[in-house]
Each structure stands twice: as structure tokens, then as C-alpha cells.
Design a protein around this ligand. Structure first.
Ligand code: 5GP
Length: 187
């Protein structure tokens, strides 16, 4: 496998701790680079354009679809998200392995596109714990919490489609487990 670049797809219901885990994994691994997605949702507090996402208009997103510039795309929580072919190539051409943070539809679309990806699902210890974590992010209204919990149930139901399932009970252990999958895939 030595020279070939790997694509790692990581999915998780919101609140499972995916961002925290992946930030730690990327900070310790210079050979792993995030493929920055495009999205039509508004930036959240603390997010930067071009780093967390490339924030674009719906018109610009539709144009990318029409030009076949997206490897995959999906509508999540009412916004559009997609992976640009050019961004994925930028990462792999730089010599790094690509990390794609996608929802479950995105994982399926990457597979359907014939890309050879290692897929990882990060699960919360329980749905009860997930609800507690989502509620503790005071930003969400009751409706948003219900929507996120519904989506989480759908995403959890798809976890068996992934190559690996990692339960985020203990953060250090979850980080180590993701690192172990990456190291094993590179052998
Ligand atoms: P958030 O808005 O919380 O950053 O992300 C919402 C969901 O969209 C998450 O499950 C995230 O992984 C997913 N997502 C982010 N970028 C992409 C993408 O390019 N394609 C797909 N299919 N999902 C994405």
C-alpha cells in the first residue's frame, strides 16, 4: 500500500464528539489533512471560512452540482454540504491522506462513486448520553434538539454499514482507537 493515498470518512451523530476527536487526531498526524467541505449553512461562532468550511450561497452550490464539481453532496438539517473534487485532489496531491467528515449519506455516496475509502462511525455511549450532551449545548431550542435526536437515531441505525464503529465513552480511548484504525490502514 505504501505510496497510495488513503481516504478516511468519519461520520457521527451531532453531539457524539467527532470534531473534538478529529482535531486531536489531526494535530498529532501531519500526514492527515482535512478535506474542507462547501456548505450553504451560516458560519457558527468561532468558525472560519476556508478552514472549517467554505461557506457559499445556494446559487453557488447549485452551480457546483451542475458542473459536476462535487464528489458527493447531501442535504443535512436543511442545509447543503458537499465535497469538491478539486479540494479532495488538493489534499491527496499534497501527499497527505484525506479526512472527510460526512454524514451517512455522504459516506454512501463516496462508496457509490467508487472511491476506496476506510469508513469510521463514532457513536455516543448511549442515546440518553447523547441527548444530555446535545441539551448541554444551550444553543439549541427544543425543536432543534428533537430534530437532532431524530437525525441521530437515523444515523445510529446506519452504523453497521461502516468498516469501524468507535464508541466515544472516554475521549482519550476514542482518539487512540481512531489513530489505531488509521495506522492499521496504512500498513
Ligand atoms: P455541521 O453543520 O454540524 O458542521 O454538520 C452537519 C453534518 O453535515 C455533519 O454530520 C457533518 O459531518 C456533515 N457534513 C459536513 N460536510 C459534509 C460534506 O461535505 N458532505 C456530506 N455529505 N456531509 C457533510
Amino acid at each position: 500500500m505504501g505510496e497510495s493515498r488513503h481516504i478516511f470518512v468519519v461520520s457521527a451523530p451531532s453531539g457524539a464528539g467527532k470534531r473534538t476527536i478529529l482535531q486531536r487526531v489531526m494535530a498529532a498526524d501531519s500526514k492527515l489533512s482535512l478535506s474542507v467541505s462547501v456548505t450553504t449553512r451560516q458560519p457558527r461562532e468561532g468558525e472560519s471560512d476556508g478552514i472549517d468550511y467554505e461557506f457559499i450561497s445556494e446559487e453557488a452550490f447549485e452551480k457546483l452540482i451542475a458542473e459536476n464539481a462535487l464528489v458527493e453532496w447531501a442535504s443535512v438539517h436543511g442545509s447543503l454540504y458537499g465535497t469538491c473534487r478539486s479540494e479532495l485532489e488538493r489534499v491527496t496531491n499534497s501527499g497527505a491522506d484525506a479526512l472527510l467528515e460526512l454524514d451517512v449519506q455522504g459516506m454512501r455516496n463516496v462508496r457509490n462513486a467508487g472511491l476506496d475509502a476506510v469508513t469510521i462511525f463514532i457513536a455516543p455511549p448511549s442515546m440518553k448520553e447523547l441527548e444530555r450532551r446535545i441539551r448541554s449545548r444551550a444553543a439549541d431550542t427544543d425543536n432543534q434538539i428533537a430534530l437532532r435526536m431524530n437525525n441521530a437515531r437515523d444515523e445510529m441505525a446506519a452504523r453497521g454499514e461502516f468498516d469501524y464503529i468507535i464508541v466515544n465513552d472516554d475521549l482519550d480511548e476514542a482518539v487512540a482507537a481512531v489513530e489505531a484504525v488509521i495506522q492499521e490502514s496504512r500498513k
